[in-house]
Design a protein around this ligand. Structure first.
Ligand SMILES: O=C(O)c1ccc[n+]([C@@H]2O[C@H](COP(=O)([O-])O)[C@@H](O)[C@H]2O)c1
Ligand SMILES: Cc1cc2nc[nH]c2cc1C
Length: 350
């Protein structure tokens, strides 16, 4: 599927021209070489991305995309579909885990209705980008029409461009959508690619019977759509609107040279789609954490990614991305603020 909503140009790999100077700056800080571990690689990545020896994290922006899934009614989740809109209300009231972590960081969230099956009316703090009241059920046909897929990609891209225009150079993505681990499993199966069975987990907490049912249903969905390889067609077939909007946001964020902070299983499914469209995309990403959802590791392997944290989180909402933000800020800060051996008068290695 061709996408008029997305940039046509190939996304460039990050320029490594400053690597030697960045590494020299990192190595001259008052610490043994390599002693700041993964933070040193993060500092190098930030320097490459911003093409400077003094990278900074400016106005980090978090988008939390919410959407409903037609397949949720068939029983792929431990929770009823209504939880999606109820949790959006919780986000708006400031009572969800992501609100707590965002407050701790002094961070504001932008909550986006990408396609929730509920009429919120005009609400302060909620971006109305509703494509439809939930996707169609992919057990019966495509989750969305091609024009809906394009509209979702375009809306996501516009939100990332707006954040960049307002001075942000870091985009963190989060999501909420009952049934969206099923969509993420299907996308992972086709795009990692990986055996379907290994891509399916308990999501919000299915018991053994529920997991068996989810595997049966998703097996039937794949049987209806054999041999697909085109990433946008697969995305449109299995949804959801929140995942599609994240794909658009990620591609536009990378184009604007923002650092993209990925969260868990569903956000990384969107990233898998985006990386199939723009293979250089992982250069622009930090993988915040390893989700407790087992298919996440398959996605990370497919992307050659190593997450920063491993806390057993499986909540979504962007919680892992929020928890990783201080580490990214620490990487920029040590590079900017630490003394060098010379400036501090500390003797170097003998
Ligand atoms: O981020 C993750 O890795 C993650 C893993 C499992 C579940 N979730 C969240 O749980 C919801 C989807 O779970 P489910 O079982 O309804 O497919 C959705 O709102 C996600 O944000 C998120
Ligand atoms: C309560 C609840 C909160 C969530 N946050 C993200 N996904 C979620 C799923 C449930 C069920």
């Amino acid at each position: 599927m061709h996408s008029p909503a997305l940039p046509r140009a190939d996304l460039a790999r990050l320029d490594t021209g400053l690597d030697a100077a960045l590494q020299h700056k990192i190595d001259n800080k008052t610490k043994p070489p390599g002693a700041l571990g993964r933070l040193e690689a993060l500092a190098l990545q930030l320097g490459r991305l911003q093409n400077t020896l003094s990278p900074q994290v400016s106005a980090p922006h978090m988008l939390v995309f919410a959407g409903d899934h037609g397949a949720a009614r068939a029983g792929v989740s431990a929770y009823p579909q209504e939880v999606t809109w109820q949790m959006v209300e919780n986000f708006l009231a400031g009572g969800a885990a992501i609100n707590v972590f965002a407050r701790q960081l002094g961070w504001t969230l932008q909550v986006v209705d990408a396609g929730v099956a509920h009429d919120f009316g005009p609400r302060p703090g909620l971006v109305d980008a509703k494509i439809a009241a939930g996707t169609a059920n992919y057990l019966e046909g495509p989750a969305m029409r091609p024009d809906q897929c394009q509209a979702a990609l375009a809306r996501g891209a516009a939100l990332a461009r707006q954040a960049a225009a307002a001075g942000s150079n870091l985009l963190a993505c989060g999501e909420m959508g009952i049934g969206n681990t099923a969509s993420a499993s299907l996308l992972t199966h086709y795009l990692a690619p990986a055996p379907l069975e290994l891509c399916i987990g308990r999501g919000t907490g299915l018991d053994d019977n529920g997991l068996m049912r989810k595997k049966d249903l998703l097996g039937a969905a794949v049987a209806r759509y054999p041999g697909a390889t085109d990433p946008l067609s697969i995305l449109a077939h299995f949804g959801g609107f929140e995942i599609t909007m994240m794909v658009g946001a990620m591609l536009a964020a990378a184009e604007a040279k923002m650092l993209i902070v990925a969260d868990g299983f569903i956000v990384t499914a969107a990233l898998l789609v985006a990386a199939r469209l723009q293979p250089a995309l992982p250069d622009y990403c930090v993988f915040a954490h390893r989700s407790g959802e087992p298919g996440h590791q398959l996605q990370l392997d497919a992307l050659g990614a190593r997450p920063l944290l491993d806390l057993g989180l499986r909540l979504g909402e962007g919680t892992g991305a929020a928890l990783a933000l201080p580490l990214i800020q620490a990487a920029a800060n040590f590079l900017e603020q630490m003394a060098s051996f010379e400036s501090a008068g500390v003797a170097e290695k003998t």
